[in-house]
Design a protein around this ligand. Sequence first.
Ligand SMILES: [Ca+2]
Length: 425
Amino acid sequence: MAPSLLSTAAGVLLLFSLSSAVSCSATTRDAAYCPTTCGVADYLNKYKPVVDKDLDEMEDILGRITNLTTGATEKVTYMKDSATQHQKSGGDVYYKRSASILDDVLRFEKTIVSQEEQIYQLQSMLESNKKRMLDLKQMSIQLDQKCQDPCKDTVEIKPITGKDCQDIANKGAKTSGLYYVKPLKAKEQFLVYCEIDSFGRGFTVLQRRRDGKVDFNKDWIQYKEGFGYLSPDDTTEFWLGNEKMHLLSTQSTIPYVLRIELTDWQGNKKHADYAMFKVGPEVDMYRLTYAFYYGGDAGDAFDGFDFGDDPSDKFYTSHNGMQFSTSDKDNDKFQGNCAKQDGSGWWMNRCHAAHLNGKYYPGGKYTEKDAGESGYDNGIIWATWHSRWYSMKETTMKIIPTNRITAGDGQQTGGVKQFGGLGDN
Ligand SMILES: [Ca+2]
């Protein structure tokens, strides 16, 4: 009886612990957004009948044990009574003569006492089991009541879908938030943050730096698949993933503009736009290409920067045409491993003048010493605006079809004439 009782109890407890274990873990990837309260409620509703059945069965078993124990108690009482009677009749001459019979009686009495103790223990175990049963039933009722109200997810994923965020905006979406997109060649849809403005423009966001809470020192697979967290209110950091960037940026006959937005530690904001932005396929190591610097006030750091160390600085710090590198996959133009030295994944050359996946330095300014072992500039860098020893506070990388970039925002789009960049001098 006891083992089956215990296993049933274990089963019930397992169900309860399982239902409370459906929560966000730190390793949850952005694409698989954490299950929400509704998920837990659904889970409970699904398993509640099973739990209730188990509880009923356990109650039944407890009832039977109680009956058996009561029966045993009665038996012991009877045995004890008869033993006492025998003792009382101890004056009987036949009993006096038989010392061995008396010994038997004593032994018998001992057994009765120990059996009584055992029964007492069993009874207290029964009591505590009954109490636990009550607690479990109470808990079940409480959870059931909580799940009665129609559940509304605290994380809202908008119902409109499309091939990118502009498509979603074209279909009538008015507010920024989390949406599912399915680029033409994508096998399945995936979650993105869409920034939708009052002009009906829908930017698909590829990267966010905000507060340094996400470590960008990740390997090839992690950069491929994406990491960090997407949030409906745009408060978290993430890398959408090279594969998704490839699928998004190469799907359309209308090319995309990549807009890079930067905020420094004084709160100044600048941006840089690149026309015909594309991320190649994995076989080409997610190569970065664009046609030209489309404009902006942050300068063209993707075109490299003359740091004054060497005449080839600018050439070797440009990014157009570079393959993606991570600490475990060196595709750079340097005899060493830029990604490993700088602790990030990026379209490394030898190594960079723009480096948006760099280490997060609160306050902005940092030194060779801060940079650690290698001592190289490894912050979040945009060399045509701030020096390479200044790390940005916030960054955004987002794309939009070229025909929508200018609509309504009044920003100067320099076009071809600015090809070559603003910060070359
Ligand atoms: Ca190398």
